[in-house]
Write a protein that binds this ligand. Structure first.
Ligand code: ATP
Ligand code: MG
Length: 421
């Protein structure tokens, strides 16, 4: 159980570029050098690329608006959302495009036929109640769904509406947040206790495994004492070795959290005027977590409207844009993700990597062949590309750098990979 899949490498939205596509336009091909080319067909296996589609789990008490938010954020989202607790049982999963204004700028400059944003996945999870770690509500099953996601988006009810049942009888964000956090803490404590018991038996034979076990033990003991103080695992400072050793446990309180204050439509214009929102803001700051204010109800209504009607509706509420873009962007940042671009006539595309990835690893996100056969990456910073106006001019002006295998890809790099397959 402890070793259950807390997959952060998830087969999703995988694409395979056709190596011999005649429409290759971004890169010049010489006889043995094949450039990165257009993304042409869907591919169902994750084995040929490093998948960077990471999952954010939507978590909260029952009936607070999780599925409503999920349906609004995920295009064609079809999670059942209704006014009764435990409406959702099995998790709903959907991919969401990450809005990035740079994508269209690059696409226009390169006169691309299309612009393809990068994506992350949202998972709508069942409501959690007090005692879940002891099996209340949907209990441990629910917690295992949280274990599988990479970050937590916690929806907190901040709207008053006597018609919508609150499982604890009243709107009280602090109490709601405490319930969720405590259940996550209890679940982690339980898991750590079991794991430490196992580690006591010390099965490691060689010195390397012994050192690993020791690191795991010391990491878990540090976390255990923090949990006893009601503090999350992510607040504990661990050595890199300890972090690595405990990773397989997928501790719930290790996952980064963003709070979503779900408000009524008339609070959207000045959310701080709502004392519940103010309270969540304070808590999020203390817990060093992010906060986004959204009205799930409004967003779900907006998603049903035609574009021009949306603007009208938003204006009537005193706001200029939907809050979903902010939420998706904040979630992406929370996951510690970075974006680089490929840009040519066929398409401009945003790709997701983790901070610190090298050029060959970044190439591997497109296809493993590109990583295996990596030779070099011609790279230009986003701002330099925009100043130059095109890749060719960037090259003429000496703004295009030729980077090797050690290069750490920077946020916003526009890249052109040379590889040999
Ligand atoms: N901002 C809001 N203002 C008013 N009503 C809202 C708001 N957000 C959600 N609701 C309403 O709250 C009810 C519960 O929503 P939803 O089914 O999305 O909750 P849930 O958290 O997914 O519940 P469960 O845990 O049972 O699956 C729905 O009737 C929905 O329309
Ligand atoms: Mg639901």
């Amino acid at each position: 159980m402890a070793r259950a899949a807390c997959a952060n490498i998830i087969p999703a939205l995988s694409f395979l570029p056709l190596k011999s596509s005649p429409s290759s336009s971004i890169f010049t091909n010489s006889s043995r050098l094949v450039g990165v080319i257009g993304i042409s067909r869907r591919f169902s296996s994750s084995s040929s690329k490093i998948s960077m589609s990471l999952k954010a789990g939507i978590v909260g008490l029952p009936n607070v608006g999780k599925s409503t938010l999920f349906n609004a954020v995920v295009e064609n989202g079809k999670a059942q959302a209704a006014n009764f607790p435990f409406c959702t049982i099995e998790p709903n999963v959907g991919a969401v495009a990450v809005p990035d204004p740079r994508l269209n700028v690059l696409s226009d400059l390169s006169k691309s036929q299309k612009a393809v944003p990068t994506s992350i996945e949202f998972v709508d999870i069942a409501g959690l109640v007090k005692g879940a770690s002891q099996g209340e509500g949907l209990g441990n099953k629910f917690l295992s769904h949280i274990r599988e996601v990479d970050s937590i988006v916690q929806v907190v009810r901040c709207f008053e509406d006597n018609d919508i049942v609150h499982v604890n009888g009243k709107v009280d964000p602090k109490a709601d947040i405490d319930v969720i956090n405590l259940e996550l803490v209890f679940s982690d404590m339980d898991q750590i206790e079991k794991r430490l018991d196992k580690l006591k038996k010390g099965k490691a034979r060689d010195s390397q495994s012994k050192a690993k076990e020791e690191a795991e033990k010391s990491g878990l003991e540090k976390i255990q004492s923090a949990l006893l103080d009601g503090k999350p695992a992510r607040s504990v400072s661990l050595t890199d070795y300890e972090k690595e050793a405990i990773r397989h446990l997928c501790l719930l309180t290790m996952k980064p959290i963003i709070y979503v204050a779900n408000v009524a439509e008339n609070d959207l214009a000045v959310p701080e005027d709502n004392p519940h929102v103010k309270e969540v803001m304070g808590l999020a700051a203390t817990l060093q977590s992010g906060l986004v204010t959204v009205s799930a109800q409004v967003e779900s209504e907006l998603s049903e409207l035609a574009l021009e009607e949306r603007t009208e509706y938003l204006t009537s509420l005193g706001v200029s844009e939907s809050g979903l873009g902010n939420l998706v962007r904040a979630t992406y940042d929370l996951l510690g993700l970075r974006t680089y671009f490929t840009s040519g006539e066929k398409e401009t595309k945003a790709w997701t990597i983790r901070a610190g990835m090298t050029a060959p690893q970044a190439a591997g996100v497109i296809h493993s062949d590109f990583e295996r056969g990596f030779i070099r990456a011609e790279t230009v910073a986003y701002n330099d590309f925009v100043t130059a106006g095109s890749l060719a001019t960037a090259r003429e002006k000496g703004l295009l750098r030729s980077e090797g295998k050690e290069y750490i890809v920077q946020e916003g790099d526009v890249m052109l990979f040379r590889f040999n397959v």
